[in-house]
Write a protein that binds this ligand. Structure first.
Ligand code: PSU
Ligand code: MN
Length: 337
């Protein structure tokens, strides 16, 4: 019980009604703020593979209607690979694990008006009964509460360029350090300081591996960043074994499985995107854009400057991650059953 709720025993022992206390924390499905979709709940009960998906990528990462189309396409891919998709978001103050088509539509249309919700925002968004789009950190923590081990997204947050002064380090990185969920992504965008991002992940105890034939850590639009993961794993089975070992050791920290963008989907001229990134970063500095607004600002500017080429690659890599992440989730379920 105490291991699951991860509270100091002194606090736990203050709670008289231990049965109620443990039930709530171990089975958030029964908690009044969590709405676990019946299909997701049934899959978890039967130990069938479930793949968590985030919602900031829908609200802030892409424009309508491409965001809705991509969200639906990603869910379809997850199903094709024999898994159940669980897109995570807060709708009218309720934490949803698994969204209906109407929920997805609502979120996609709400767009930037949805509150970007990382760990620090979650209680506020729930208490105010508003719409929250969960980031990697918010999605990871909810997935963990629900018992989901594998989470697919596009790119993780990181240490921003100049982060050594601004201290703008994404909550995604500390969440990875404290929550045992595997994040399948295409690495981190070069809007970030990738070298410092990897250093910070090491400090946080996060296992960072690349998927495929190379231990290059991918940089979202490009398969190479010039920096290395600690290893490369060639198959979904090998990735699933990593997740299983993390689980068996009871490491309470997460993993990054970085999947390079397929070469046919990479932008023709990666340098053009890189230049757009540099321009967008300097524009953000000039305009004084900071904090939670900077990532959406940079994503949007890069998209504008590259006239949609970045968006096309973005959609393609998310789909690829969904395919590989689902194979990993399926293999993990098979190894555990
Ligand atoms: N990077 C992307 N696309 C995204 C994000 C990051 O290429 O959509 C989103 C993710 O939800 C990520 C969040 O968790 O931005 C990080 O925001 P911040 O830098 O404010 O922590
Ligand atoms: Mn930040």
């Amino acid at each position: 019980i105490y291991r699951h709720c991860r509270l100091p025993v002194s606090i736990s022992s203050l709670c008289r009604d231990r049965r109620l206390f443990s039930t709530r924390l171990r089975a958030p499905a029964t908690s009044h703020v969590y709405d676990i979709h019946p299909e997701v709940r049934e899959a978890l009960r039967a130990k069938r593979p479930v793949v968590a998906l985030e919602s900031t990528i829908i609200s802030h990462g892409m424009p309508y209607p491409q965001n809705l189309d991509t969200a639906l396409a990603v869910e379809r891919i997850v199903r094709e690979e024999g898994c159940v998709p669980a897109t995570i978001a807060v709708l009218d103050g309720r934490i949803k694990v698994g969204l209906s088509k109407d929920d997805l539509e609502k979120l996609a249309r709400t767009g930037l008006k949805a509150r970007k919700t990382s760990r620090r925002d979650l209680a506020l968004v729930v208490s105010q009964g508003v719409v929250g789009a969960t980031t990697v950190s918010g999605t990871m923590l909810i997935a963990h509460q629900a018992g989901i081990k594998v989470f697919v997204t596009g790119g993780i947050g990181g240490v921003h360029r100049g982060g050594e002064d601004s201290m703008d380090v994404s909550a995604d990185l500390t969440e990875l350090g404290r929550t045992p969920v595997a994040v399948i992504c295409a690495g981190a965008k070069s809007i970030l300081d990738i070298e410092r991002t990897l250093e910070f992940l090491e400090t946080q105890g996060v296992t960072v591996v690349s998927y495929g034939d190379s231990d290059e850590f991918p940089a979202f639009y490009t398969p190479k960043s010039g920096y290395r993961s600690i290893a490369h794993l060639k198959t979904p089975d090998a990735c699933a074994s990593l997740i299983k070992a993390n689980n068996d050791i009871q490491l309470q920290s997460g993993m990054v499985i970085a999947v390079p963008i397929p070469s046919e989907d990479a932008p023709k001229d990666a340098w053009r995107i890189e230049k757009a990134v540099l321009d967008a970063v300097s524009e953000a500095n000039t305009k004084g854009i900071k904090g939670k607004d900077i990532t959406p600002f940079l994503l949007d500017r890069v998209k504008q400057i590259t006239q949609g080429e970045s968006l096309k690659s973005n959609i393609a890599l998310v789909k690829n991650n969904a395919r590989i992440g689902s194979r990993i989730a399926a293999s993990f379920a098979a190894q555990c059953n």
